[in-house]
Design a protein around this ligand. Structure first.
Ligand SMILES: *Cc1c(COP(=O)(O)O)cnc(C)c1O
Length: 403
């Protein structure tokens, strides 16, 4: 790494000449770090010929459950399947309502629809852009069976309040922890709060595979068995290959993916610490006097949260022109997400009322580059460029493309 760790930054200073581009993420660097360690096991697996399930998958499932502070993990083909199969295994379907925050990836809400149930959308808090107990309470009706709490951007919402609210209402808590590997609330890990917690190992997630992969984590043994069976054509453990207890699907984890995930898991905490250090550098620079008076807002981190900074999200007026300015300087950014779920055409029929906080935020949010191998100098360059972009007159023009 070429960090100039701790070097003070002057925003007016000349841009370092070797910084011509900053990618949004860098997956090759992570793969390169683990490859020497997993290469032998990988080749052994290829030659062994057992490619789906088997001991690499069982080993990773045990490591992952332990990491999350839960008893069981079931490896699956994706985080989307983790959500859908959790709902089905919990018996949630036609006539049932499930509350989901509208500020999330569409898979959270789509899983509810695919399970045959009805999503009810909750707004988010203006500071963290996460669900709150107030927005959850507003969305609960007598038909509500569960809430999917989304630990968006790498931060859990206030789990003390949300779990209490759900208990009071008699509804189950399911965690969508697809962006929150290793996140904590009051010292407890994401994955240990709900009846089930759903993880994605999509390559760009904090713990990512070589392709699609996911898992459900739970401390309920029957639920783990049911999800495992659903993911394997409805087969039950101990029965023959052609005994099917129910209609299932094919959503199994590959051995090669499990080998890579175990290799990366050994580094997850170090990578997370690096993300946290990069985020504090962003906070320090973007909270500095240079930025006061600009139309920039940071998303808040709650004091009790361990925010694993899957994404570093800020809010700016004129977001789309700021993005374009950054792109001109070689900086890749993202928007998570430009259209709230309740305004997506296939989900609009489920939208009960406007959700003003999420609707307003959707036009302003901007995800800055964030990945463990990012250097301090790259953070400095992004901040300096953002400062310049915010001073570019075009960025003052409001855009209304997502309203
Ligand atoms: C990535 C993601 C998913 C879906 O996971 P896949 O593995 O891509 O299917 C679900 N919810 C959230 C919040 C995500 O970020």
């Amino acid at each position: 790494m070429t960090d100039v760790a701790g070097a003070p930054m002057n925003l007016e200073s000349a841009v370092a000449r070797d910084l011509t581009s900053v990618p949004f993420v860098d997956l090759r660097a992570m793969a390169g770090e683990v490859w020497p360690e997993i290469e032998q096991e990988y080749v052994a697996c290829l030659l062994d010929g057992a490619y789906i399930g088997g001991s690499p998958v069982t080993a990773f499932e045990d490591e992952w459950a332990a990491y999350c502070g839960a008893d069981h993990a079931v490896g699956l083909a994706s985080g989307t399947d983790a959500l859908e199969l959790s709902l089905i295994a919990l018996g949630i379907g036609a006539g049932d309502e499930v509350v989901v925050p509208t500020n999330t990836f569409i898979a959270t809400a789509a899983a509810v629809v695919r399970a045959g149930a009805t999503p009810r959308f909750a707004d988010v808090g203006d500071d963290t852009l996460l669900m709150t107990s107030r927005t959850l309470t507003e969305a609960i009706t007598p038909r509500t069976r569960a809430v999917i709490v989304v630990h968006l951007y790498g931060q859990t919402p206030n789990m003390t309040d949300l779990v209490a609210t759900a208990e009071q209402a008699g509804i189950a808590v399911i965690e969508d922890a697809a962006q929150a590997h290793g996140a904590e609330w009051a010292g407890r890990r994401a994955g240990s709060f709900g009846v089930a917690a759903c993880f994605s190992f999509y390559p760009a997630k904090n713990l990512g595979a070589f392709g699609d992969a996911g898992a459900v984590v739970t401390s309920l043994p029957e639920l783990a068995d049911d999800i495992r069976s659903l993911a394997n054509h409805g087969r039950s453990h101990g029965h023959s290959h052609y005994d099917h207890d129910r209609i299932g699907t094919n959503s199994r984890l590959d051995a090669l993916q499990a080998i890579l995930l175990s290799g990366k898991l050994a580094r997850l905490d170090a990578w997370t610490e690096r993300r946290i250090a990069l985020a504090s550098r962003y906070h320090e620079l973007l909270g500095s006097v240079e930025f006061s008076g600009t139309e920039l807002r940071l998303t808040a981190t709650a004091p009790l949260a361990r925010h694993v900074n899957h994404l570093f999200v800020v809010r700016v007026a004129g977001r789309d022109s700021v993005r374009a300015e950054l792109a001109k300087r070689g900086i890749q950014t993202g928007v998570h997400y430009p259209v709230p779920c309740h305004m997506q055409p296939p989900l609009r029929p489920f939208a009960a009322q406007p959700l003003p906080v999420a609707e307003q935020a959707a036009g302003e949010i901007l995800s800055l580059p964030m990945f463990p191998h990012m250097t301090d100098r790259q953070v400095d360059y992004v901040c300096e460029s953002l400062y310049q972009a915010l001073r570019t007159p075009a960025s003052r023009v409001e855009t209304a493309d997502v309203q």
